[in-house]
Design a protein around this ligand. Structure first.
Ligand code: PMP
Length: 360
């Protein structure tokens, strides 16, 4: 069997695979409405929020676009704090829809510095919103979101959080940290296939919605809320992925959120220690190293594409390379969702075995 250890899509448990293989049902019928009514409060539990939570059919990027177009108007100033590829994507989305984006960029592999966010907000009182990534999948960095959101709150700014590869796997108490819109996606720590973006929307975000003028049709939060009241979605949802999510959420809640987070932390530790024991180093400083994706630096002698090919061909282990400027310089192990200590030990053993062949 293949060990798919990229940072999403992630493997699905057999119970989820069985659920998604079910026959279709009427998405405007009673049974689907019941599923939506069951899932939504469970999602709120995992988001640790009393805010509205919507399940949108689309990938995580769609959720990011939804966050932007529902809360902002063309010409609004936003601060986009980015430390990698996905932080840059958030900034680009805001820019394309006409926001005046002030980019606060950090070196790839380093976290967003909350003090720099404070300075930027202090320097320009016209900024309306802060865009930030909880877990930067391209560099394996988990930002100090608690401090960053505290700064945004200090200045009373709207805060939009891309938590696509972290929520459900790494603690993110949405209400306690005053996050206004938080986005995640089904193919990450949720143990279900791609197809759904889940977003939470705070009262402050609704106030922003009332004034927001960016064009939107498919991603309209108000429409999502109106339909949710009927147990429906505005357009045809990815019904099968809903079936899977219902099962996966029960599994997550049965395990218990704190246990899910602890399992991710432990497994990430195994990945990091394993890499270090092979003489490799982790891209971010240990304190910021992600519990869902490990970015491991390749030594000068290690050929990343050869490493990935050998792992897949000889061990059935599928890992990810680096993105953008980190292409060829790092490789990434996804350890999120349906993953055990045994899985990650097998992955580390396979890496240790192929490294000599992948090195010059
Ligand atoms: N943000 C982050 C942090 C991600 O990890 C990803 C997916 N790798 C995205 C955004 C984009 O999500 P999607 O591919 O589901 O559109």
């Amino acid at each position: 069997m293949q060990q798919l250890r990229i940072p999403g899509p992630t493997p699905c448990p057999p119970e989820v695979l069985k659920a998604i293989g079910r026959q279709m049902i009427n998405h405007r019928g009673k049974e689907f409405a019941q599923i939506m009514r069951d899932i939504t409060p469970k999602l709120q539990q995992v988001f640790q929020t009393k805010n509205d939570v919507f399940i949108l059919t689309g990938s995580g990027t769609g959720g990011m676009e939804a966050a932007v177009v529902n809360t902002l108007s063309p010409g609004d100033k936003v601060l986009a704090a980015s430390c990698g590829n996905f932080g840059d994507r958030f900034a680009e989305i805001a820019e394309i829809f006409g926001a005046e984006v002030k980019r606060l960029n950090f070196e790839w592999g380093k976290p967003v510095d909350p003090d720099a966010v404070r300075q930027a907000l202090k320097a320009d009182s016209g900024i309306k919103a802060v865009l930030v990534t909880q877990n930067e999948t391209s560099t394996g960095v988990t930002n100090d979101l608690k401090s960053i959101t505290a700064v945004a709150k200090e200045f009373d700014k709207l805060i939009l959080v891309d938590a696509i590869s972290g929520l459900g796997s790494i603690d993110l108490p949405v209400d306690a940290w005053h996050c206004d819109v938080v986005i995640t996606a089904s193919q990450k720590g949720w143990m279900v296939p791609p197809g759904l973006a889940m977003v939470s929307v705070s009262e402050k975000a609704w106030q922003a919605y009332a004034k927001a003028k960016m064009p939107r049709y498919y991603w309209d939060f108000k429409l999502a809320k109106d339909y949710l009241e009927k147990g429906q979605t505005p357009a045809t949802p990815a019904v099968s992925v809903f079936f899977g999510l219902a099962v996966a959420l029960d599994m997550m809640l049965a395990e218990g959120l704190s246990k899910v987070f602890a399992r991710h932390a432990k497994i990430a530790g195994i990945a990091r220690n394993g890499a270090k024991s092979m003489g490799l180093s982790i891209l971010p400083e240990e304190k910021y190293a992600s519990n869902t994706v490990s970015a491991i630096k390749a030594s000068d002698k290690l050929n990343v594409s050869k490493l990935l090919k050998l792992l897949e061909d000889e061990h059935g282990v599928v890992l990810a390379g680096g993105q953008g400027i980190l292409s060829g310089k790092i490789f990434r192990i996804g350890h999120l969702g349906w993953v055990t200590e045994k899985d990650i030990k097998e992955v580390m053993d396979a890496i240790a075995e192929v490294i000599p062949q992948a090195s010059s």
